[in-house]
Design a protein around this ligand. Sequence first.
Ligand code: ES4
Ligand code: ZN
Length: 324
Amino acid sequence: TENELLNWQLPLAELHCHIDGTTSPALALRQARKYNVDISDVTNGDQFLWGNFSQFLDAYDRIAALFRDEADHKLLTFDYLKQLSEQGTIYSELFISPCHAEQSGLGAEHYVEALSTAAIEAKEAFGIECRFIVTGVRHYGAEKVTAAAKFAATCKAPLITGFGMAGDERFGDIRDYAAAFDIARDAGLGITVHSGEFAGAEEIERTIDSLRPDRLGHGVRAVESERLMKGIAEQGIVLECCPGSNIALGVFPSFEAHPLRLLKDAGCRITVSSDDPPFFKTTLKREYEIAAETHGFTEAELVELTREALCAAFIDARSRERLL
Ligand code: ES4
Ligand code: ZN
C-alpha cells in the first residue's frame, strides 16, 4: 500500500538539483536581513512568489545573490545535504554556478572551495556522498557558458565531475554552445544539458546531435516523438526527470499527465530529482512518492530509480561500487 512505500527506508539518489534553488524561504529571509536586501517581491516568508518560468529564473537569481561569501555557500550546501540525508539520500549531484557566485562577489575558486568543504563535512557527519556539476546559464550567452566550461576543465577540484547547462532553453541556438561542451568533454567531465522541459522534440534532437550529452536535464518532452524516445533509449541517454518541477511550472497539467511511466515504458533510462525543491514545493522524497502514488512504481521500480541514478552518476568507478 501507499503507506508502506512511504515509510519504507528506501535509499534515495538525485542527479538534478540547483544549489541556490535549495534555499528555503526562511533562509532567504535570514540572508536578506544579513545583507539588508528587500526580497518582499519574491517571497512572503512562507513561499517563493513567481508566475512563470521567466519570473522563476528572476526570483532564482535574486535568491542566489543573497549568498556572497564562503560561509554563506558552505552553510547552504551543508544544510541541504543534511536535509537530504534525513530523507534517506545516499548520493546527490548538485548544479553549481561559478557565474552566479562571481556576480555576488565571490571568485570561482573560493566558491568551489567552500562547497567542497561543505560536502566533505556532510559526508563525515551523515555519510552522504556528493559531486558537483559546473553549470553554464544558457541565457547568459555562449561566451559565459564557455568561460564556465574552461573553469570546470581546469579547476582540478576533485568533487567537480560534470559540466552542464541550465537557463532558458528557448534562448539562442544550441549549436553555439558546442565549443563549450567540447572543452568540458575533452577534460573528462560528464555532460548534462537542460533540454526538453520547454523545448520540443526537434530542439532535443539538435541538442543531442550538437552537444552529445550523457544525460538530459528533464528531456520529458521527448514523449512527443516516438522516434526520439527510441533514439534516447538506444543511446542510453539518461533522463533527469523532475515531475514536481514540471507540474509547478505548468509543463504538464497534473501529476497524472506527467510522462514518467511512458518514458520508462519506451525503454528510456529514467531517474527522479527535485530541481529547486522549495521553489516548487517538493523534496526528493516527494518525487519518489509521486512515482509510487501517481505512476504506480513498485518497490522494485523505486529501487531501480536509485540504481539508475547511481549508474548514471558522474562519479569514479570505485565510489560508485561502494554506493551500489
Ligand atoms: C535553471 Cl538557471 C536555473 N536555475 C535553476 N533552475 C533552473 N531550471 C532551468 N534553469
Ligand atoms: Zn534544473
